[in-house]
Each structure stands twice: as C-alpha cells, then as structure tokens.
Design a protein around this ligand. Sequence first.
Ligand code: DX5
Length: 228
Amino acid sequence: MPIGVLNGRDLLLAPSILAADFAQLGAQVREAEAAGADWFQADVMDGHFVPNISFGALVVEALKPQTRCLLDCHLMISHPEQYIDDFVKAGAQQITVHVEAVTHLHRVVQQIKAHGVRAGVALNPATPLSSIEEIVQDLDLVLLMTVNPGFGGQQFIEHSLDKIRRMRQILDDRQLSNVILQVDGGISAGNVRAVAEAGATCFVAGSSVFRHKQGIVKAIEEFRWALK
Ligand code: DX5
C-alpha cells in the first residue's frame, strides 16, 4: 500500500538497506516492511564508479526470502551490463543503471527488460535531463540523485527540486505517467513533502529510516504523516 498519494499519483517509500544494520538485516527489513515500506533499495557500489564498496548480488539473494517487497537494485558500478543476469537471478525486480556508466544505454535497458525486470536509469546531480530524452519512453523509472553517489547520510542538494520539477514536466508532457520518478539521497520526513510536490513519486531513504533515533517504525510513520 503506498506511503501516500499526491495529485492522483501513488507515492512509494523505498528504504535503502545501505544504512541498515547488516548484522540484523533480515529483521530490520521485516520490521520496515511491517511498518509500511513499499520497496527496498539495494545500493550496489564497486569502488570504481563510486568511491565506496558496498555489496553484490549475494546480499540481494539473501534478502529475497525475507520480504515480499519489490527489490530495487541501484547499480552504482561500471559496466553494469556484465552483472544484470546475476541480479536478476538474485531476485531483483527493478534494476537501475547510471547513464554515466554505460556506453550503449538503449541496449542495456533492453537487456534488463528482456528478463521481465523493470528498468531504471539514474542521473548524478550534474548530469542533465537531456541525457535520457531519447530513452525515457522505454523506462519504468528515472532516478534523480539528490546527493553525489557513494555514501549514505549526506545532505540533500537543494537545487535538485528544480531538476525534479523539470523531469516531472517532461514525463507529464510526454504522457509517461507510468514512469516512476525516484529520488535518492538526503531524503527525510522533513523534506519529502517538498520533494513529492516537485513531482517525485518514489523516495529512497536510508539514514532517515534505519538510523532514526526512535527506530524504524517511528521513522516510517513520520514519512506517512509528512505525505498525508
Ligand atoms: C548514495 C546512496 C544513498 C542512499 C540513501 O550513493 O544511494 O543516497 O541510498 O542514503 P541516505 O538516505 O542516508 O542519504
């Protein structure tokens, strides 16, 4: 059930497991699912495309039986086309690659979709929306990074709101209402309403969910209130 609805669009909360306690990942994911998380995002990092190493398909495979939520794999890696099959086998239902990491983006999007998996493309903060204007109609999701990728717990880049508004306008003008507009980085109950009003429909939140002082359930409740 969506965390909220705005302008007739379902709003989805996708906690990022990057911020979870990996010593009790299954329990934390189950707790977040019970509290109303819609998806879970797996932040895959290779230490090359981004200056940090996180985890690979093994963690997604381990997580799969722990939740009924959609597993959304955000591949912050170089040559993601070499790993699509691994993440599909691991149970990913949504795979997002970075436009900056791929030479033949149309081919990679088709490769993901050929597996019956939802395909997304992510843009770093400095990457213009024009970089995906030829492919947006083929996508299930556009991810606008609102921090520079690589680490959780960073500050939301304020001018992202304008970029979100412009992306929303492109989707509306082209009647691509089925394409999810996802944001990731520094998202909290304190700014999620403004981000939703700018046009985002899926919110990746790591620290503000898994590192909330009063716990996961309270964190997700605050998101629901913020989006009422
Ligand atoms: C950055 C990661 C983070 C993470 C969310 O590469 O993608 O944005 O998912 O982290 P928080 O919500 O802690 O900013």
